[in-house]
Design a binder for this molecule. Structure first.
Ligand code: CTP
Length: 407
């Protein structure tokens, strides 16, 4: 496969945190892939790794985080920010996030960031309470709006012994994200890949004011659409009623639907695509005799609803002869025998992959911000994506999709 990062110029800003030692592996791997690497180390970064070990691996001088006349004559902040193809900040501390969110230009690192016109990837690492702190969360949201790209943080045990979201992504995950960034950039210059994603629950109306539905929030499907879009896919998101704040963006079209019939029609109308991801919790049944008038309870002792099966959108997409996407991914919400049930679903619905999760565990799945899934392929390969935010799960899945499509 094409090495998407060969000859790329990467600038790494190394923040202060115990995870800084992992950046040495990132540098080593980038160099192995023929990247040129330059680094800036913050003052607190120097407490964790030495400029000497960094320059030995990067084969370049390490810029220290001062307005040093030597820095500025040799390479000023503008030249350095123009020199690179991408900036990685790892570990990104809560303090660096706050600096970037406020647009501070108080030292070499923050000035380079402020002056940059290149993609900036942040790999945060901090204690779980620091990550969840409302001020940090506000900075996080701001930075997303400012188009900073996040790699992690992931769930795990931190240096302080506490467990939760805040651990820096592994060097492998960081390298993969950088590779995929350049891969999709190269790819989409010549080729436009299209994605269709279904998300959320649907409503099946009994009368004008009552309906059958389910608890799906639409978050996981929404995150998948966002990360496919981030990788460059022209993406259509067909989503049921939800309380997420979703807007159209460049190459991301949101199609709001209410019933499963509308979801089906929207999907049908938007084929062909290269990949379809059916993450929606589509109602399996609809009401057979919809009442145009509000049903009155007067005179009714009991009330029977007659239901009929809805079209299975995933099966419909998988069974297309001409317009079948090259990759069809379904979801399986299971409460027991997760892998076996998901494998049956692959066969019954004729899709290529199933993302299966355990909806009996309330800390993941419906309405939660977290998920833990198994990615199962039709050739019976099983890969576990450890418990993580829905956004991280979406990024992992999207990376897999991109790789599968370009092979
Ligand atoms: N699905 C669909 N259209 C339907 C029903 C389901 O596209 N009418 C898709 C879902 O989006 C998901 C997959 O089928 O990708 C599996 O759905 P799930 O609810 O887990 O399974 P069911 O097919 O409903 O089977 P069961 O309820 O028996 O587990």
């Amino acid at each position: 496969m094409l090495n998407s990062i060969a000859d790329k110029k990467i600038l790494i800003i190394i923040g202060g945190g115990i995870a800084a030692y992992k950046v040495l592996d990132v540098i080593r791997e980038l160099r192995k892939n023929n990247c040129e690497v330059k680094t800036i180390i913050t003052n607190s970064g120097k407490e964790f790794v030495t400029p000497l070990s960094i320059s030995a691996l990067s084969k370049n001088k390490v810029f220290e985080n001062l307005f040093d006349p030597n820095n500025e004559t040799e390479m000023d902040h503008i030249t350095l920010s123009r020199w690179c193809d991408l900036i990685l900040v790892a570990p990104t501390t809560a303090n660096l996030m706050a600096n970037f969110a406020r647009g501070e230009a108080k030292d070499f690192a923050t000035t380079v960031i402020m002056a940059s016109n290149k993609p900036i990837f942040l790999a945060p690492a901090m204690n779980v309470e620091m990550w969840n702190n409302p001020a940090n969360q506000e900075n996080y949201q701001k930075l997303l709006q400012f188009k900073y790209k996040f790699i992690g943080p992931v769930i795990g045990e931190m240096a302080c012994g506490e467990v939760g979201v805040g651990k820096m992504s592994s060097p492998e995950e960081i390298i993969l994200t950088i590779k995929n960034y350049f891969l999709s950039k190269n790819l989409f210059n010549s080729k436009n890949l299209k994605a269709l994603v279904t998300a959320g629950g649907t409503r099946e109306y009994i009368d004008p004011v009552r309906f059958l539905s389910n608890e799906s929030s639409g978050k996981q499907g929404f995150e998948i659409a966002m990360s496919l879009n981030e990788l460059g896919f022209k993406t259509k998101l067909v989503i049921g009623p939800n309380s997420l704040n979703i807007k159209n963006q460049d190459n991301l079209e949101v199609i709001n639907v209410t019933t499963s019939k509308q979801m089906f029609e929207a999907c049908k109308d938007n084929l062909p695509v290269d990949v379809a991801v059916c993450a929606a919790a589509v109602a399996d049944f609809k009401v057979k005799n919809y009442s145009e008038e509000k049903i009155k309870k007067e005179g009714l002792e009991d009330f029977n609803l007659e239901l009929e099966k809805n079209i299975d959108i995933l099966s419909f997409i998988s069974s297309q002869n001409i317009n079948r996407p090259r990759l069809v991914v379904g979801f399986a919400a299971e409460t027991q025998n997760i892998i076996e049930n998901a494998q049956k679903k692959i066969q019954n619905k004729r899709c290529d992959w199933i993302v299966a999760n355990n909806v009996a565990d309330k800390s993941i799945g419906f309405n939660s911000d977290y998920n833990e899934v198994f990615l199962i392929s039709k050739n019976k390969e099983v890969e576990k994506f450890n418990k993580s935010t829905k956004s991280e799960i979406a990024k992992k899945l999207s990376n897999k999709i991109l790789h599968a499509l370009i092979q």
